[in-house]
Design a binder for this molecule. Structure first.
Ligand code: OGA
Ligand code: MN
Length: 284
């Protein structure tokens, strides 16, 4: 069966058809997917009724898999699967609750952030619980020349604790990071604009979830600039909003997109997802 691609929006995203993710793809197909990922930022594979082994096996074709710093969110027996879920069993959530309910790029707080993530929808409310994706190439390309020049010359600091200090503050299911977890995620600096290694296009690389400030700048200067960049990069024109169906598998590129999980649904309804996370390179 030949592979075909259909764009999902003007902003970003494409549906990939003609691939059975249960089968080991040929090298040419893997190369095609890698290119499409860099080009569209978000790839949707429908009707992936797969188990964790199949999810892991398909993901591995795109790079080594990462285990999350917070081991508690892993699927028992499968450290490569990060569970995003509001399902409570006993008194313990079955995965990360409130995950990604702010704009972010996965693992930008690591020296080598994630290349991309593959999120599989297992249970979803009838309405709500969409995920939004922002095209960070478009965000960079539409800045004014002076601002492009500025961001291209600067680095920004990313820190996992930032999400805990802001978005998770006061949530009992997301207690502050332990000293051990903090030690594994010290603040890191990355260029504010990165070059995508496949497409060689430049993308803005700062996000509200984990970026604390612009390096070598006082907060008084850095915060307003970051706020301008965050507002600009999440303009509706740059955003694709995905309404999930059960068994959708979405492979997004953390190098040229940000994403945001909408918390607009009734929390007594189950929303349950499995994520694999592909290791990446140091941004340049
Ligand atoms: C993630 C994430 C978004 C969602 O898994 O990295 O941010 O919609 N999840 O669940
Ligand atoms: Mn995420």
């Amino acid at each position: 069966m030949s592979v075909s691609i259909r764009r999902l929006s003007a902003a970003c995203g494409a549906e990939v058809m003609g691939i059975d993710v249960r089968q080991s793809p040929e090298e040419t197909t893997v190369a095609q997917i890698r290119h499409a990922l860099g080009e569209h930022g978000v790839l949707l594979f429908r009707d992936c009724d797969i188990d964790p082994e199949q999810h892991i096996a398909f993901s591995r074709h795109f790079g080594p898999l990462e285990a999350h710093v917070i081991g508690d969110f892993a699927l028992p027996g499968h450290p490569e699967v990060f569970v995003v879920s509001n399902v409570i069993e006993g008194d313990r959530p079955k995965g990360a609750v409130y995950a990604g309910q702010y704009w972010h790029s996965d693992l930008s707080y690591m020296k080598r952030p994630s290349l991309g993530s593959l999120l599989l929808c297992r249970e979803m409310p009838e309405v709500g619980g969409d995920t939004m994706f922002a095209n960070m190439y478009a965000a960079y390309e539409t800045l004014s020349d002076p601002l492009k020049k500025f961001v291209s010359s600067m680095k920004a600091v990313h820190d996992y604790s930032h999400a805990y200090d802001t978005y998770f503050s006061g949530l009992k299911e997301r207690p502050p990071l332990t000293p051990e977890q903090k030690a594994k995620t010290p603040p890191v600096e990355h260029p504010m604009v990165r070059t995508h290694p496949v497409t060689e296009r430049r993308a803005l690389y700062v996000n509200p979830g984990f970026t604390t400030h612009i390096a070598d700048m006082p907060d008084e200067e850095s915060r307003p600039i970051l706020n301008i960049l965050f507002r600009h990069s999440t303009r509706p024109e740059f955003v694709y909003r995905h309404k999930w169906r059960v068994h959708d598998l979405i492979f997004w590129d953390n190098r040229c997109t940000m994403h945001y999980a909408l918390a607009d649904y009734d929390f007594s309804v189950r929303r349950h997802m499995h994520r694999t996370t592909i290791g990446g390179d140091e941004p340049y």
